[in-house]
Design a protein around this ligand. Sequence first.
Ligand code: ATP
Ligand code: MG
Ligand code: FE
Length: 341
Amino acid sequence: GIVLGIESSCDETAAALVSTDRQIIAQRIASQTEEHAPYGGVVPEIAARAHAEKLAPMISDVMAEAGLELSDLDAIAATAGPGLIGGVMVGLVSAKALAMASDVPLIAINHLEGHALSPRLADSSLEFPYALLLVSGGHCQILIVEGVGEYRRLATTIDDALGEAFDKTAKILGLGYPGGPAVEKLAKRGDPGKVPLPRPLVGSGEPHFSFAGLKSAVLRAKESAEYCDADIAASFQQAAVDCLLDRLRVALGPHNDIPALVVAGGVAANQTIRSALEDFASANAMRFVAPPLALCTDNAAMIAWAGAERLASGQNDPLDFVARPRWPLDPEAEPVRGAGA
Ligand code: ATP
Ligand code: MG
Ligand code: FE
């Protein structure tokens, strides 16, 4: 079978065709970096308008490249949340219209489920259950993925997401938006031991993350004019790694029978973080799986794949499915002070 995936929850507009046997048949992606750059962050109205302009031609392009008609599809999957509601609605309404016109099932995908299942698109040998570190622009969570639609959250952030901390650090250092790749590049030339930065909540024994204090410390280090930017970037990245490893140790402590550690989300593109996680996994007798870089940051192949997984488990959604600006992967998770979805 073949699934069309549509992604429009933040500042990437994307469409992709993925087969149920894990082939990415065609894909298009457009980042709105230039549109938002003057504002130093994503402006929701500009994002929604850009999605509306770019999405329809992209869908036509992938269908034409694959030589397929809508009626050849087995499902149309679109991100239905969480994210910026205007953009989500552009993608979801397009998917509904196409599904209705061609009588193909609609699958409303949780964007986080797209990230969570993306490693299985790249690696057919990755079975459930696995431990997932989901690190993106809006989220920082540790979950046990028990199956499609079965997510148990062990930890979340009480303030900023890790991608957000990278973006704020980039802004403080004048590196512009989006910040993650720029901080990573600059950090290569710096000394990770040079700038004394805090490791929030490390040693607290609770599994949750906090990055607001780290960001403030980065700001103070910059304002002190005592350190060069490369050393600040490298020290920030090292502090982030130390926090991730310590929190994983605490969260996964009671779950030492989980065979694989998986990382997903935009921050999973970071090589220093990937190799630290790989070492952690091997020290804990776990397999380590990380998707290729292009599947880490937002894309439509992961949405199509999540649709394929849902289709295989017999699920689809009604055409009046309502977009959800907030949509936790684990609705049962205990609320945490200060934490979002
Ligand atoms: P969410 O998935 O939580 O809704 P999002 O979709 O905006 O948020 P993603 O596209 O998954 O987030 O990830 C984008 C984030 O990843 C940004 O904060 C960006 O700075 C960060 N990022 C991307 N590449 C890297 C990198 N190489 N190193 C560190 N961070 C990175
Ligand atoms: Mg983005
Ligand atoms: Fe994302």
